[in-house]
Design a protein around this ligand. Structure first.
Ligand code: F6R
Length: 609
């Protein structure tokens, strides 16, 4: 994971790098550091903890200069200590490196370098990079980097500056994201586009096994063999304002409240006046090819996996496509049965999750077509697939995924209806009816968000509970999983999501008068079954918190607390059900004084296996 930034230009380098690191803090926040070259000398500041502490240190002891690199860390090799914090330096403290990724053969390299007399300070794998550069350095930094990358195995995006060649930042990429922002008289690099936006919206995507050299007035691109590469830049559609909290206490809260707008904007973007769904513009596949799909294996992690489970329900129901959903870290190590008409789908907010990318590559190695649902343009997932449906949720900065989840669900609706139409399984009238209802959902989401008063009371009642259970059935079973995940990741409460009908096969033993059980029971084809399951919990004295449809009086007589959501068809209910679950987790986490946007041990983009 980790985030890296590099800058060359006339702005205050400390400030540019700090602001950039703040944007990347979601990628890791164990420790952070900056290195710059000022008046020909390398200077370094690093701290254990979050970026605000680094800002304090830089305030007291500024670095300055016109060229610098920065890092925010999610520890892999070595504890989060000051010595292990990046940037790392060579023996003579003239070269400095920041790195995202893992150098798998670091041990062998380190042994060799130690024998050659290099002195190491940290326990990190990264430090071997800077010592290798030192070894190869003969005045030209990129030449030393060309030689260094030949020795490295594993995944990396690293950036380096050097006193002996001080007017450049050199960076290399293999397996980890790297993007360069092209400014006027200044250039910047980072692990994603968010730090770049305050300088420019024009970016270059650095591809696998490429090295870029940033000077003040130019950026040069090479492959690992030193051959020059030409690439067109692209314009990022995100704005810098999208990466601020905009008056909200937390990014997560802002992102929860952004959902109606994201859904509304996406519907406008994707559905034209003739009820045609426009999703295939980013596909290298024809409708004829898509119509023949007979089986889909979706692979994803975490919240994206939950969205995929809803996707399975939709694809099977409307398209009659046999759909499997696998966790990427499992999928990549199994040998799925697949023929030519089997497509693999990757679902990922960041587009940089290591296991998802490995899943894509293993599918491609079997010559399978791969489609993706992804939020980040130009990300590895988006680039490596045969077709991508962008979720257009804007940057998601809170570590707990919220708006990306509902945007993924929406993409599944678009994809499902599109495929059902080209497979001749959906009539024009039925499609129109579905899309007309879909267009009303954002208003319903807004209505709920503007009336969430009940949730404070429930959160207050249960924020000290030890455990939570979330139950759902059918299309809302994945929402039970998602509700439990949200709660555990940001509030550190143990929570489990379960299919309600399966409760009696074991987990019901957990239920007693102290156990809050969140029951997702909107009006649906499984409503009565769900009510029976709730009665089973109630009979064991569980504390029932129901998420139910407005006007449902029956549930009021059974549950201890009811959170009412606006009435929607069963098929679209996950879009609205997600909201109370996200808000409940948020409110409980705030009451427990947890760091909502940066929960312990987590990072937003899991770029390690
Ligand atoms: C949970 C969460 C994670 C991610 C998972 C996959 O709130 O954010 O579970 O969903 O790490 O990340 P992406 O979607 O970026 O591949």
């Amino acid at each position: 994971m980790c985030g890296i930034v590099g800058y060359i230009g006339d702005k205050n380098v400390d400030a540019v790098i700090l602001v950039g690191l703040e944007k990347l803090e979601y990628r890791g926040y164990d420790s952070a550091g900056v290195a710059t070259i000022s008046k020909g000398e390398l200077g370094i500041r690093k701290i254990v903890g979050k970026i605000w502490r680094l800002a304090g240190l830089l305030n007291q002891k500024p670095l300055g200069g016109n060229v610098g690199i920065g890092h925010t860390r999610w520890a892999t090799h070595g504890e989060p200590t000051r010595l292990n914090a990046h940037p790392h330096v060579d023996c003579n403290r003239r070269i400095s490196v920041v790195h995202n990724g893992i150098i798998e053969n670091y041990y062998t390299i380190k042994e060799k370098l130690l024998k050659e007399g290099h002195v190491f300070e940290s326990e990190t794998d990264t430090e071997v990079i800077v010592h290798l550069i030192e070894k190869h350095m003969d005045g030209n930094l990129e030449k030393a980097v060309f030689k260094t990358v030949k020795d490295l195995e594993g995944s990396f995006a690293f950036a380096v500056i050097c006193e002996h060649d001080p007017n450049k930042v050199v960076a290399a990429k293999s397996g980890c994201p790297l993007i360069v922002g092209l400014g006027r008289g200044e250039n910047v690099l980072a692990s994603d586009a968010t730090p770049v936006l305050s300088i420019t919206k024009e970016v270059l995507d650095i591809e696998e096994k490429e090295i870029c050299v940033l000077e003040k007035d130019k950026v040069s691109l090479f492959n690992f063999d030193g051959k020059k590469v030409e690439r067109k830049s692209r314009v990022v559609e995100w704005d810098v304002e999208m990466t601020t909290k905009d008056g909200y206490d937390h990014f997560m809260l802002k992102e929860i409240y952004e959902q109606p707008r994201v859904i509304r904007d996406n519907i406008r973007r994707r559905i034209n006046d003739d009820y045609k769904i426009d999703i295939a513009s980013d596909f290298n596949l024809t409708n004829g090819e898509l119509a023949r799909v007979s089986r889909i294996i979706i692979q994803a992690c975490g919240t994206s996996w939950h969205a995929s489970l809803v996707g399975k329900y939709l694809l099977e129901h409307y398209c009659r496509i046999h759909t499997e959903v696998d966790i990427s870290s499992e999928f990549r190590y199994r040998n799925p049965v697949a023929d030519g008409e089997t497509y693999v789908m990757a679902v990922s907010q960041s587009g940089e999750t290591a296991d998802v990318i490995a899943g894509i590559r293993s599918a491609k190695a079997k010559f399978l077509k791969v489609l993706s649902i992804c939020n980040v343009m130009g990300s590895t997932v988006a680039r490596e697939c045969d077709g991508v449906v962008y979720t257009h949720a804007g940057p998601e900065i809170g570590v707990a995924s919220t708006k990306a989840f509902t945007a993924q669900l929406l993409s599944f609706y678009f994809l499902t209806f599109y495929l059902a139409k080209i497979k001749w399984l959906l009539s024009d009238d039925e499609l129109k009816r579905l899309l007309d209802e879909l267009k009303t959902i954002s208003d319903k989401m807004e209505k709920f968000l503007n009336s969430d008063g009940k949730l404070n009371k429930i959160a207050k009642k249960f924020y000290n509970a030890k455990n939570f259970v979330f139950l759902g059935r059918g299309i809302n079973y994945p929402l039970a999983l998602e509700g439990a995940l949200k709660l555990k990741e940001i509030s550190y409460l143990h929570a489990t999501g379960y299919p309600a009908g399966e409760m009696k096969h074991g987990p019901i033993a957990l239920v007693d008068e102290k156990m809050p059980v969140v029951c997702i029971v909107p009006k649906s084809s499984v409503y009565d079954k769900m009510v029976s399951n709730i009665q089973e919990v109630k009979a064991r004295k569980g504390r029932i918190i129901a998420v139910a449809t407005e006007g449902d009086k029956k549930i009021k007589s059974i549950a201890d607390y009811v959170i009412y959501i606006p009435e929607v068809s069963e098929i679209f209910s996950p879009l609205v059900v997600a909201l109370p679950l996200q808000l409940l987790a948020y409110k409980i986490a705030v009451m427990r004084k947890c760091d909502v946007d940066k929960p312990r041990n987590l990072a937003k983009s899991v770029t390690v296996e």
